[in-house]
Design a protein around this ligand. Structure first.
Ligand SMILES: Nc1ncnc2c1ncn2[C@@H]1O[C@H](COP(=O)(O)OP(=O)(O)O)[C@@H](O)[C@H]1O
Length: 194
């Protein structure tokens, strides 16, 4: 956790179609403190943070250095939801909570088909979901206690997940407040003992 952040940085990740943007938007609307929803894929495209378009995969090849430079000041400030299908590029020091959304693969297939993805892209993503690719990546990149897996198959899941994250934000603020008080007390003690 960065020492001076007054608002957390939350990653919402998962295979495409698991519900990242839907969760991030609702969370941004309902969070007790302002959180900026950053759809990283959209940002890469709109701000040209890429090395070109890959026709085979129908997606942009991300320039990670450019992306991280762009996000660094926002991460330092805090108060942000990073919505992306991958997460291990973000430095550990940036991140307070990682939500990995999960979805039954039959349902995921339908969602991606509805989105008009080519068959190859649907198959690739479906396989990634079955093989736990995003969860494994998140678990390798961050401390296990900040990585939380949540099902995203129904509106009840969506509602419950956002409520849980809001409760987590309230706890985080409380912990942060207590830490600030302890830090102030320590500083006062040190001044007195000089
Ligand atoms: N928990 C959920 N219950 C029902 N439908 C959902 C849920 N999460 C997402 N969806 C639907 O699935 C589709 C993909 O969601 P989206 O948020 O765009 O996924 P992602 O950002 O992970 O690609 C959308 O049509 C959305 O309405």
């Amino acid at each position: 956790m960065a020492p001076n952040r007054t608002s957390p940085v939350i990653i919402i990740t998962g295979t495409p179609g698991t519900g990242k943007s839907t969760h991030a938007q609702l969370l941004a609307d309902e969070s007790p403190i302002p959180l900026k929803h950053i759809n990283v894929g959209k940002m890469v495209k709109e701000q040209g943070l890429h090395e070109g378009y890959d026709d085979e995969w129908q997606s942009f090849t991300v320039d990670e250095d450019k992306l991280l430079d762009e996000l660094e000041p926002l991460a330092a400030e805090g108060g942000m939801i990073l919505d992306w299908h991958t997460c291990e590029v973000f430095p550990e020091r940036w991140v307070d909570l990682v939500i990995v959304l999960r979805c039954n693969h039959t349902l995921l297939w339908e969602r991606l088909e509805e989105r008009g993805y080519p068959l190859k892209k649907i198959q690739e993503n479906n396989e990634a979901e079955i093989m736990n690719v995003v969860f494994d990546e998140a678990s390798e990149a961050y401390q296990p206690e900040i990585v939380v897996e949540l099902q995203s198959e129904s509106m009840e899941h969506l509602r419950g997940n956002v409520d849980r994250i809001v409760a987590w934000i309230n706890n985080w603020r409380e912990d942060q407040g207590q830490r600030d008080v302890r830090q102030r007390d320590n500083e006062e003690e040190q001044l007195k003992s000089r």
